[in-house]
Design a protein around this ligand. Structure first.
Ligand code: ZN
Length: 409
């Protein structure tokens, strides 16, 4: 009997120890990889309930993009500790963007509960496959879904284009919206993802494009008078592969408008030269800033060198109008703009080569508006940044472009 009790005690103790320590001590069946759209992760170690990981910088200098998938962790609580802590760490100010349904929907479940270099996630019993991103992802399939949503306008209000072939020989998508079947009075160009990982720019671009399809007076005017060319991924290969993009060696896509080592930048200038006869009314280039703090948690424009601006008064009017008419939940304030020559926004920042806006400002004819926007990744002055309010912002900036263009008529 004693023997039986001892044996029972042994197995009961073993059972209890599994309850107590199994959650965190045995992570050997957990798989962490970069097998997800725009995946990017290096796993340093998995032990004692802590996974040590870091962003894969690839050919970029210090930056903060990462994306990984976790399988086999259901029912467990795991801490993800980023070992590259430069700049405070690569976790966004609302924590990771997470999907538990294979990428259909995303949210910030650890908003307010994450650190800048780590977070702890409790996997539900059914969380067999969970995706973690530094920011909301936006890849080719998202663009295809956007076009599919509006496919009834193909041929009438939307013309799909292939900008060029990328270095990896992929067709780089672009599209024209609005007045596509006759010569328009105004031509606008919007680009996003000169820096591959700055995903929120692609959502802004979607919102701007959708104004051309609206069943309202604004949509009607735009379709009659204006053509909008959009390039949703200037660094196409990098955006699909989950590269940082920013600060690539020898220089990134937004420092390439002198040397043109990337097919996409060259193709953008050729499209302007040929299709647009060297003339644009408006050029907008959408970016995301650093991951946290200061202006990086506000929507703003780094204002261009007045020497390349077509008209400083129009730039000022753009800012005033946007602040006045904006209806989206993510608010722009002109006072947050960074004047040229202040902080990082100076000619020194262009030592590696011209950005797109500089090339456009110096080269394109008839230009009225040339402007860059920085869209924060997760927090805009207290507002949660999500795809929908990025789209709202895109609609708001296109309303301003319309107001300025229509005044000229
Ligand atoms: Zn950028």
């Amino acid at each position: 009997m004693n023997k039986f009790i001892n044996l029972f005690s042994f197995f009961f103790a073993l059972f209890l120890s599994n309850i107590a320590f199994g959650v965190n001590s045995d992570l050997k069946n957990i798989k962490i990889d970069a097998e997800l759209p725009a995946g990017n992760i290096i796993v340093d170690s998995i032990e004692d309930g802590v996974v040590k990981i870091q962003q894969d910088l690839r050919d970029s200098k210090q930056w903060f993009y990462w994306a990984f998938r976790v399988r086999g962790a259901q029912g467990r609580t795991i801490t993800f500790d980023f070992t590259n802590k430069k700049g405070g760490g690569p976790v966004g100010v609302r924590g990771p963007v997470v999907s538990t349904d294979g990428g259909l929907t995303f949210s910030y479940p650890l908003d307010g509960k994450s650190k800048s270099d780590s977070f702890t996630y409790s996997f539900g019993q059914d969380d067999k496959d969970v995706l973690f991103y530094e920011c909301y992802p936006y890849v080719r399939s998202d663009w295809d879904r956007f076009i599919k949503k509006h496919e009834k306008y193909l041929g009438s209000h939307i013309a799909l284009e292939t900008l060029c072939r990328s270095r990896k020989l992929a067709d780089v998508p672009a599209a024209r919206f609005g007045c596509i079947n006759k010569t328009p009075k105004f031509r606008f160009l919007i680009t996003a993802r000169h820096h591959a990982s700055e995903t929120m720019g692609s959502f802004v671009l979607e919102g701007a494009a959708e104004t051309f399809l609206g069943d309202d007076a604004l949509g009607e005017w735009l379709r009659e008078n204006a053509e909008l060319m959009v390039v949703p991924f200037v660094d196409y290969d990098g955006a699909q592969a989950g590269d940082q993009g920013k600060g690539r060696r020898p220089h990134d896509h937004n420092r390439d408008y002198l040397q043109f080592i990337y097919p996409e930048t060259k193709a953008i200038t050729q499209w302007i030269a040929t299709h647009a006869n060297g003339s644009l009314h408006t050029f907008l280039d959408i970016h995301c800033p650093w991951i946290r703090a200061w202006e990086n948690e506000k929507v703003y424009s780094p204002l261009k060198d007045p020497k390349i601006l077509p008209d400083v008064k129009i730039e000022k009017r753009f800012s005033e109008l946007l602040e006045k008419i904006q209806s989206g939940s993510m608010k722009y304030r002109a006072k947050n703009d960074i004047p040229f020559g202040v902080g990082w926004n100076s000619g020194k920042n262009h030592a590696q080569g011209w950005p797109a806006a500089t090339w456009v400002g110096k080269t394109v004819k008839d230009l009225k508006i040339v402007r860059t926007f920085e869209i924060p990744f997760a927090n805009a002055d207290g507002t949660v940044v999500k795809p929908e309010n990025c789209r709202e912002f895109g609609r708001d900036i296109m309303k301003v472009v319309y107001l300025i263009a229509s005044e000229e008529q």
